[in-house]
Design a protein around this ligand. Sequence first.
Ligand code: C5P
Length: 239
Amino acid sequence: MTDEMLKERIIVALDTADLRFAKRLVRELKDVIKIFKIGSEFFTAHGPKAVRAIKDLGAEVFLDLKYHDIPNTVAHAVQAATRLGVFMFNVHVPGGLQMMQEACIAAVDEAKKLNMTPPKLIGVTLLTSLSQKEVTNQIGIAKPINDIVLHYAELAQKAGLDGIVASAKEVEKIRAKFGPQFLIITPGIRPTWAEKGDQERVTTPRQAFELGASYIVIGRPITEAKDPLEAASRVFEEL
Ligand code: C5P
């Protein structure tokens, strides 16, 4: 992949409540990174202003708020996200087929009204923080995690979602089953030179793309580096 292609495929996670720090990171990185992920920490602290601030700097936003509510409520949240002009956002697949379908319709309809490109809609299957024991004993699903993830991915595709978030462990199977157009967003990425931090099973950027990821999400190895631009360049070199 060329640097121009990589610029569109590496998403940097802005996991901070510090708006000035986030803006500084975007300013430093925007020539090499196009998409920045805003999660609940940043959005709860700063709301739509956070999205506008990133977009005003010329970058795109992946709004990682993982909507999970009744179809009507999610559809209205999706309209609001679309009006904000986010590039990508996500919903929890266990919210159900109807909820996901209404989310897709809301995004497309709202974008049409505003004459803009609809955001990409991504499904969150099972949180990778959950162990098999927790899924079986606490949540009460007596199936192997891998099977649940594949089943949820199928449901997401059926609902019309553009893709799902999946750990590198699951990417290969999902890519094989759902074809080249289905988007797979993969976090838990650590370049060869980076600290693992609290991520248990990590994958290098190169491995993730080789397994079939469409986008990779990288946070701390870039955002906490002394020189984030240099860290991003090192990721590019690895690829
Ligand atoms: O700093 P780090 O590279 O670990 O950040 C990864 C980002 O991806 C964080 O925003 C984290 O919440 C998110 N994420 C993850 N694992 C998942 C889903 C999302 O690390 N399974």
